[in-house]
Design a protein around this ligand. Structure first.
Ligand code: AMP
Ligand code: MG
Length: 526
């Protein structure tokens, strides 16, 4: 039987909306609204994460029960669950958008999980995405389609296994209901299968949670939310004093965590696609998987999000700068709690320092160097320029670079990385030159070839959740077959290990996927 211990601090300690029910409204002076998930016709468990289930103390035997699909499809509440939608705002594509809130996310509660053998309980918020309308749904239906739910489910777990901070996913439940979507906003709406993902994180608080009360001059609520966040989600800061000093220590840590996150995204080639301030987690987790994508051929200007195709605000290389801009909005929101701007500026400086360190650590890790020096940044830049010109696959190239014998450097082990023979040949001489330069640099380090290789393989994954791989799993799922999702989840469990027999998952994007919807072009419609 499914049983959880709940301790719902967010709604117990923060003011809630006095109105109940799903009616669309502006909610002032409150951090959340009570709302019930809307039941679905035929909830059926499609996939689940065994690691996440174990972490939550859920028995595998209980996962297969109809009860599990009922609960995590939104049809049944367990004792102690107190569902609510959080109230927040955000800057979307650079502009203040006002109140947004959980339009289709409903938190069931904060569970205290005691997995077998763990001495202390862990707090995890259980949240359903796609479980029906909330007061924040605006004109939308509160539902989610199977394709976007699969993408969120798979990528949450893939990121976790890649060592990238992220919200997690417990389950993917097919609802048995259709959801109508116009995928490219071009008048071609069609019914698609619906799904509900149960996502899990210690906290789903975003920058936008602070921006909303600040924008409304609700200073008391703002302060309360800050105090709450520090107390629940940053308990280690308890020794940092109180008031401004404490808030400054906290903001500085948020900046640092965000920098670390950006470092990881840039290392693995992840493009979030919609880095609005409502989609940045206060814990520095990857959150809100929408039209994200993975870099195939290395292209710093690439974004998967067709909604952003014009300005490319959220393109790959821009992400660290956008995160900084978003932290600036958060600093602005917090400014009523500070006497001057100095401490907030110090926090932002921590971002710059931490990102600089992350970038250097990426360079060292990806190239297999003991430490990154100034000159190594130029070496990396030269390589990146080469990868663009030669149209080389980021993941394959860096992984294969570890196999180049630097005593007699040859590009042969890199062959699989190139998308275009002509461009590969044209870039050949520069690539040889670069490899010589690289070999000379590596020779300065005291590491053995084996040490260098190990370092590189720990930084450069063999497997990432390539867009076309996810799309193939979605195509099968839409025909009723969860096999593709299950297989992909399995491969992504060990992304840094060569997995014999699974070479197909590590290949270049095939030509057919270059311009297929879902493979290289995604929209916010989900
Ligand atoms: P996103 O771009 O996914 O971060 O969404 C921006 C806002 O729109 C958030 O407040 C979401 O909760 C809301 N939203 C997105 N899709 C839906 C939907 N199908 N139903 C209700 N609200 C939605
Ligand atoms: Mg969002």
């Amino acid at each position: 039987m499914l049983e959880f211990e709940f301790d719902n601090r967010f709604i117990r300690e923060l003011p809630g909306d006095p109105d109940a029910g799903p009616g669309i409204r502006q909610v002032h002076g409150a951090a959340w609204s009570s709302v019930q998930p809307t039941p679905v016709e035929a909830p059926l468990l499609f996939a689940h994460s065994a690691e996440m289930a174990a972490r939550l103390g859920i028995d595998e035997a209980d996962v297969a029960t109809p009860e599990f699909a009922q609960v995590f499809g939104g049809n049944r509440l367990l004792d102690g669950m107190q569902p609510y939608a959080a109230n927040y705002g955000g800057h979307q594509f650079g502009h203040w958008a006002g109140q947004l809130g959980d339009g289709r996310a409903i938190t069931l509660g904060e569970t205290i999980a005691r997995p077998k053998g763990a001495p202390e309980g862990e707090r995890w918020e259980l949240q359903l995405k796609g479980a029906g309308p909330t007061p924040y749904s605006r004109s939308a239906d509160g539902r989610a389609v199977m394709r976007s739910s699969i993408r969120e489910f798979l990528c949450s777990e893939a990121m976790h296994h890649l060592g990238v901070p992220t919200t997690r996913a417990l389950s993917l439940v097919a609802t048995g209901e259709a959801v109508v979507r116009d995928m490219f906003y071009d008048g071609n709406a069609r019914p698609e299968p619906g799904a509900v993902v149960c996502r899990v994180a210690p906290s789903f608080i975003r920058f936008g949670n602070f921006e909303l009360p600040a924008s409304r001059g609700e200073a008391a609520l703002l302060r309360q939310l800050v105090e709450f966040t520090i107390d629940r989600d940053f308990p280690h800061l308890a020794g940092e004093g109180d008031g401004e000093a404490l808030y400054a220590a906290w903001f500085g840590e948020v900046c640092e965590r965000t920098a670390v996150l950006m470092g990881h995204w840039m290392r693995v080639g992840f493009v979030h696609g919609v880095m609005n301030t409502d989609n940045l987690s206060i814990l520095g987790l990857t959150i809100d998987y929408g039209p994200y994508g993975w870099i195939d051929n290395y292209d710093p200007d690439w974004t998967p999000n067709t909604t952003d195709a014009q300005n490319r605000r959220y393109r790959f290389a821009q992400q660290p700068a956008v995160a900084y801009w978003n932290l600036g909005r958060l600093a602005g929101a917090l400014s009523p709690l500070f006497d001057g701007v100095e401490r907030l500026q110090d926090g932002l400086k921590r971002y710059v320092d931490a990102y600089t360190a992350a970038d250097r650590s990426n360079t060292a890790g990806k190239l297999g160097l003991v430490e990154c020096t100034e000159g190594d940044l130029a070496l990396m830049q030269a390589l990146q320029d080469l990868l663009v010109a030669a149209e080389a696959d980021m993941t394959i190239f860096f992984r294969a670079l570890a196999d180049v014998d630097l005593s007699a450097p040859s590009p042969a082990p890199l062959q699989e990385a190139f998308y275009d023979d002509g461009k590969r040949r044209a870039a050949g001489p520069q690539l040889r030159e670069w490899l010589d330069r690289y070999a000379a640099r590596v020779a300065q380090d005291a590491w053995t070839a084996q040490q260098r290789r190990q370092r590189m393989q720990a930084s450069n994954p063999r497997y990432v959740l390539r867009n076309y791989l996810a799309q193939q799993a979605i195509d099968r799922a839409e025909r009723g077959d969860p096999g593709g999702v299950v297989e992909l989840l399995e491969v992504m469990r060990r992304p840094y290990e060569d997995q014999p027999g699974r070479e197909a998952y590590a290949q270049r994007r095939p030509d057919w996927a270059r311009s297929r919807a879902g493979c290289s072009m995604l929209s916010c419609s989900s």
